[in-house]
Ligand binder design. Structure first.
Ligand SMILES: Cc1cc2nc3c(=O)[nH]c(=O)nc-3n(C[C@H](O)[C@H](O)[C@H](O)COP(=O)(O)O)c2cc1C
Length: 352
């Protein structure tokens, strides 16, 4: 399997949803970073389950325990080992799908690839691992001192936040449980998720991420372009179906004369269809991108599926699941962005 992200700032993770613990090793973190442990826990709390009526009701404290690589509150430059204990597994909730594949989950492909699978909570395919990513990201953010990374919910189902990000007050993102920085639209999103949950169904949505103050020069042509690494990281998040940056798919409809970002004398540009990245390298303008999440697979309604013998059977989800993963994925998008940027920053600095 492939359990690591990054080249110089490298996070390697382990763990399953219903094992005793998850955790990881961060290799390549520079020495002497004075860690703010409260900031790390704050990010974990933003992702953790059971935080509101529109998330799964699984209750995990998600307290991270650091095992190595830190001395007197500072990183030592050696491997940072950490673990997060799983405390609220209810494996019986999964006894109904030991031999049955949930449609559009990872059950069928894991079984076919590895010959058998851990059916409890989806095993390694579970988004439980993303708690580890949050730890890596929260440390990465503490290296990126002046860089501001803000992700927020821009749509749930058909409800869209139409305003451009420049017209939003991104400090309001945490003011509501859906993490949309608009009081009116966020209410509509919350009601939609709640109704979908009551129907036993799930719904998807999009997250936009805006990154400001990125130094010029991050990104390594040709296969570690900044947008390629961001895209790979975002497409590694469970349930992600799409990634676009800058003008994205709408750029395909424009003429070059409109799409080109005209330079100001200082090298900044009058528009930013490039999304802060040209030739795979940051140009100092805001980086912005959008990530699309599907409605997750486990629904409480009956559906047709097959079992491992290829027989047609019926399945109905049980246990505690997210009706919409978008609100919990906002900090995950930020964490991965931070790790990608730190990795490319260290690589860029290494060539100086
Ligand atoms: C924060 C988060 C929570 C998730 N919770 C659930 C869940 O409760 N039920 C579910 O079926 N899928 C959930 N997923 C998605 C599955 O992990 C994912 O759909 C599955 O591993 C199959 O991978 P794929 O959708 O990327 O193909 C969650 C994803 C994220 C990001």
């Amino acid at each position: 399997m492939s359990n690591s992200l990054g080249k110089l700032f490298k996070l390697t993770t382990f763990g399953e949803s219903h094992g005793s613990a998850i955790g990881g090793i961060i290799d390549g973190c520079p020495a002497g970073i004075e860690l703010d442990f409260k900031a790390i826990q704050y990010e974990l709390n933003r992702r953790k389950p059971g935080q509101s009526k529109i998330t799964t009701q699984r209750k995990e404290d998600d307290e991270v325990e650091f095992l190595s690589g830190i001395f007197e509150g500072k990183t030592t430059g050696t491997a940072i080992g950490f673990q997060i204990k799983n405390t609220n597994q209810k494996s019986k909730d999964y006894s109904h799908n030991t031999d049955v594949y949930r449609p559009s989950h990872a059950d069928y492909t894991y079984d076919k690839k590895y010959g058998f699978r851990d059916h409890k909570g989806g095993g390694r395919s579970s988004a439980r691992d993303t708690a580890n990513w949050i730890v890596g990201g929260a440390i990465a953010r503490q290296i990126l001192i002046n860089v501001n990374i803000n992700a927020f919910t821009t749509s749930i189902g058909d409800i869209n936040l139409e305003k451009p990000y420049q017209d939003l007050d991104l400090s309001k993102t945490e003011n509501n449980i859906v993490r949309c920085p608009d009081n009116v639209i966020s209410e509509k999103m919350i009601n939609l998720i709640d109704n979908i949950r009551k129907q036993g169904d799930t719904i998807g949505g999009t997250i936009t991420c805006v990154i400001k103050n990125v130094p010029i020069g991050l990104g390594e042509p040709v296969f570690d372009k900044l947008h390629a690494n961001l895209g790979k990281a975002m497409l590694s998040i469970n349930a992600v179906k799409g990634f676009e940056y800058g003008s994205g798919f709408s750029g395909a409809k424009m003429k070059g004369s409109r799409h080109n970002d005209i330079f100001n004398e200082d090298g900044s540009t009058q528009t930013n269809h490039s999304g802060g990245i040209q030739g795979g390298i940051s140009n100092g303008m805001d980086i912005y991108f959008k990530v699309a999440f599907k409605p997750v697979a486990t629904i409480m309604k009956k559906q047709q599926t097959i079992n491992s013998k290829g027989e047609i059977v019926e399945i109905q989800g049980k246990g505690r699941h997210d009706p919409c993963v978008v609100p919990r994925a906002v900090p995950i998008v930020e964490a991965l962005s931070a790790m990608v940027l730190v990795d490319l920053l260290l690589i860029h600095n290494a060539r100086k």
